[in-house]
Design a protein around this ligand. Structure first.
Ligand SMILES: Nc1ncnc2c1ncn2[C@@H]1O[C@H](COP(=O)(O)OP(=O)(O)OP(=O)(O)O)[C@@H](O)[C@H]1O
Length: 196
């Protein structure tokens, strides 16, 4: 929910950086709270079924944010960045995401990778790439973490989010934007707990 570097966004109330939302909240703090509340209540529900491809990923975003934004589940249409790092231009998002998920399917969604270190390295690669594309206008971080969870569950392991240190994880995400996934892989490794 940290703010974006964005230019002239038709999704925002005119003259503000507040995204137009279904509750018509014009105050950013109030919107942040509402968004998180809706996200958490949808997160309690079963996730939409799918085959972990880009269509599925968009459905998950829609599931989480359908109560807040009309465009939930849709690709971002403007250029955005964070902290001076600009994400994929919107015209290439669809192509890049399809490429990435096809690659993941070729790797059988990592289901055969038994070594935790290797699994963490490959999962870090996919999370980093999805982050660099940043397909949605908002809600990418939460979808990325859900994606990670799904990858792990597919492989019979559980993500222990109690071991997630938000500051360290964010630093790792930023490093990954600059093509160094080592910290992110390490963070993922510390969050893996074997299912009994
Ligand atoms: N400077 C940065 N460079 C690259 N990636 C970044 C940077 N800052 C944040 N990110 C990534 O962007 C994500 C946030 O994206 P976005 O705001 O769309 O998601 P969110 O779910 O709304 O927010 P959050 O992840 O903070 O809950 C972070 O979780 C992190 O992975």
């Amino acid at each position: 929910m940290s703010r974006y570097d964005a230019i002239e966004d038709p999704l925002c109330y005119p003259g503000t950086q507040v995204l137009i939302n279904k509750a018509d909240l014009r105050d950013q703090d109030e919107l942040d709270q509402f968004e998180q509340l809706m996200f958490l209540s949808r997160a309690e529900e079963e996730l939409p079924a799918g085959v972990l491809d880009f269509e599925h990923y968009k459905t998950i975003h829609h599931h989480f944010f359908q109560d807040v934004y009309e465009w939930a589940g849709e690709i971002r249409r403007i250029r955005t960045g964070k902290g001076g790092n600009w994400f994929c231009y919107p015209e290439y998002i669809d192509r890049e995401m399809h490429k990435l998920f096809a690659q993941l399917a070729d790797e059988e969604h990592l289901t055969g990778v038994e070594d935790y270190k290797l699994f963490s390295a490959r999962a870090a690669y996919y999370v980093a790439e999805i982050n660099a594309v940043h397909p949605f206008r908002e809600g990418n971080g939460r979808c990325q973490l859900t994606f990670l969870n799904m990858l792990l569950r597919n492989s019979g392991v559980e993500l222990n989010e109690d071991n997630l240190d938000p500051k360290r994880f964010m630093e790792a995400m930023i490093d990954s934007f600059h093509d160094d996934n080592r910290l992110l892989a390490k963070e993922i490794e510390t969050m893996i707990a074997e299912v009994p």
